[in-house]
Design a protein around this ligand. Structure first.
Ligand code: PEP
Length: 251
């Protein structure tokens, strides 16, 4: 089954509204480079979602970096799925390693977020990956498999088919180090096999698996050339409109 490639930026806690507007204007000037046949998403801070929704080229969708898995209530400081839907948000990250480590998010909370995202009609992007000591002790597959299994546990097969899983080795995020495309492919293939075992071949053939970790215009093509890697989740290199457009051209 052909899977549509996905180029997804994760801005983390960068850009004011004015800076987001500037990005949208700059990317608009390069919109001819956003070739068709690729899905484009920018996951921005909540404060910039509206201006991006209004100003980004139409083919670029907006994503959020977090959500709280309740519809409303006394959860000071949190944002609910319906609030994101109202902004036109189509994708939401869940379980990014910065949330797992800096904000102590557990697999149980991440699973609730994934389910809430799906129940409100948005696409969950479940982020998984091993840290350096786990890699060095040969635990990559075990860690990734447990995160995938727990994160998707509340979904039906057809919901998994429409979901996105981002494999991001923690040691490669924001460090300038990348996994080799071949090593990333090995893990992506394991993830797809795990999805097949848990949810069936149809879900496994449809679910999109991204690689993330210091992806840039000069290396994105090598990851996308792998049979089980369907796109990139890009932090630093997605902050610049020219580099976002260059990645679209490189895919
Ligand atoms: C990320 O934020 O998910 C990420 C992969 O960051 P970077 O591309 O900067 O490594």
């Amino acid at each position: 089954m052909a899977r549509t490639p996905l180029l997804m930026g994760n801005w983390k806690m960068y850009k004011t509204v004015a800076e987001a507007r500037q990005f949208a204007e700059n990317l608009g000037q390069r919109s001819a480079d956003l070739v068709s046949g690729i899905d484009y998403v920018v996951c921005a801070p909540f404060t910039s979602l509206h201006v991006l929704r209004v100003m980004l080229p139409a083919q670029v969708k907006i994503g959020a970096q977090n959500v709280y898995p309740e519809t409303e209530g006394a959860y000071t400081g949190e944002i609910s799925p319906p609030m994101l839907v109202e902004f036109g948000t189509q994708y939401v990250l869940a379980g990014h390693s910065e949330r797992r480590t800096l904000f102590a998010e557990t697999d149980e909370l991440i699973e609730r977020k994934v389910r809430a995202i799906v129940e409100h009609g948005m696409v969950p992007v479940l982020c998984v990956g091993e840290n350096l000591s786990e890699k060095e002790s040969g635990k990559t597959n075990d860690i990734v498999a447990a995160q995938v299994q727990k994160g998707l546990a509340g979904l039906q097969a057809d919901q998994v088919a429409a979901a996105v899983i981002a494999y991001e080795p923690v040691w490669a995020i924001g460090t300038g180090k990348t996994a080799t495309a071949e090593d990333a492919q090995v893990v992506a293939k394991e993830i797809r096999q795990l999805v097949a075992a848990q949810f069936g071949e149809t879900a496994a053939a449809s679910v999109r698996i991204l690689y993330g970790g210091s992806v840039k215009p000069n290396n994105i093509a090598s990851f996308l050339a792998q049979p089980d890697i369907d796109g990139g989740l890009v932090g630093g290199a997605s902050l610049d409109a020219a580099s976002f457009a260059d990645m679209a051209q490189a895919i």
